[in-house]
Design a binder for this molecule. Structure first.
Ligand SMILES: [Zn+2]
Length: 336
């Protein structure tokens, strides 16, 4: 098998099987076969139509070949990243209130235990050399719009399916705004500087890790670690990821179908190669967890268990879905 640690020239020559100084689709297919493998040498297949799409991204003059100049771009912006990704670990809301406090997810319909995520997350923090580690915290002021006991603080819109008087925990109402705003009502949780908002004491904290606070605006909820639900303001995460030149984001935590899912969807929308860690996440509702997984896969994200992460971060397990995602991002940027 070809070793991608060698130079661009060596790679080009190795795959230019007929020696005509350019790569055709068959030669490019061989690159994909060498590239997309796991750490045991098992080849992952990239579907033929996707392979063709990727080929066209790098065949910039669309002459049916990737010449050496075109390959330089492919090497620097695609192959290098697939082989040496810059991987960030984003641990979402592993806070007391979601595990044993006021919004204990084991009381929700899926009856999952938030405590389950701590051991696999800690193992990753000990064994995998991420380029950066982020912990997000749901961090609400006392008058936050999502708390059921604050329901009387803001007028409910005439189109709201449920009135303020009848609203129960987990119901969705529409507040008048303006503009009118849908809001699911939760028990009071993760109030700033209380025990409930602290990260669980058994969660390993790494030096040089970064905390990201969300949901700090009393008027708007924030499920995603990137943006509030109205996309009014972003957190510090976007800027921090740019500083780190992150390419890959591993996302996990609580709750799978709420904040973890919303964060993964945003990461994909922004253009990151996104990996959701199934065994490091626990959620609220089984059907919503399934929907979250489907959305991530449909948007070229990947869902894995924690035991697969180390090889992926080290570039020894290289997924075609993530390679395809990166190529489509490059295509979008080239068209700008
Ligand atoms: Zn919250």
């Amino acid at each position: 098998m070809f070793n991608f640690e060698s130079s661009m020239d060596a790679c080009f020559t190795a795959f230019d099987k007929n020696g005509d100084g350019k790569l055709d689709i068959d030669e490019f297919r061989l690159i994909a076969r060498a590239l997309f493998r796991n750490d045991k040498g098992k080849i992952y297949s990239l579907e033929e139509d996707k392979l063709n799409e990727v080929f066209k991204v790098f065949d910039q003059n669309q002459d049916g070949f990737i010449d050496k100049e075109e390959f330089l771009f492919c090497w620097n912006h695609w192959i290098k990243i697939i082989v040496r990704p810059i991987s960030v670990f984003l641990i979402v809301d592993v806070q007391n209130d979601f595990i044993s406090g006021t919004l204990n997810i084991s009381n929700c319909s899926a009856q999952q235990n938030g405590l389950d995520v701590i051991e696999p997350i800690n193992r990753l923090l000990e064994n995998v050399d991420f380029d950066a580690v982020f912990y997000s915290l749901d961090w609400h002021p006392s008058d936050h719009v999502s708390f059921i006991d604050n329901i009387k603080q803001r007028p409910v819109h005439s189109t709201s399916p449920i009135s303020a008087e009848n609203a129960q925990t987990y119901d969705t109402v529409i507040f008048a705004g303006p503009p009118p705003m849908k809001q699911r009502l939760w028990p009071r949780h993760c109030v700033q500087d209380t025990w409930g908002s602290e990260l669980h004491k058994e969660l390993k904290m790494l030096d040089n890790s970064i905390k990201v606070y969300k949901g700090t605006n009393p008027e708007v909820d924030s499920y995603s670690v990137f943006w509030d639900n109205k996309k009014l303001t972003d957190t510090t995460l976007c800027a921090q990821l740019r500083i780190k030149n992150a390419t890959d984001i591993y996302i996990c935590g609580l709750a799978y179908d709420v904040c973890v899912g919303a964060t993964a969807v945003d990461a994909l929308a922004i253009g990151y190669r996104t990996i959701l860690l199934d065994d490091c996440s626990r959620g609220v509702d089984l059907l919503d967890i399934e929907k979250t997984k489907n959305t991530v896969i449909k948007n070229d994200g990947v869902i894995v268990n924690s035991d697969q992460v180390k090889a992926m971060v080290e570039g020894r397990d290289r997924r075609p879905e993530l390679g395809y995602k990166l190529a489509m991002e490059l295509k979008a940027n080239l068209m700008l």
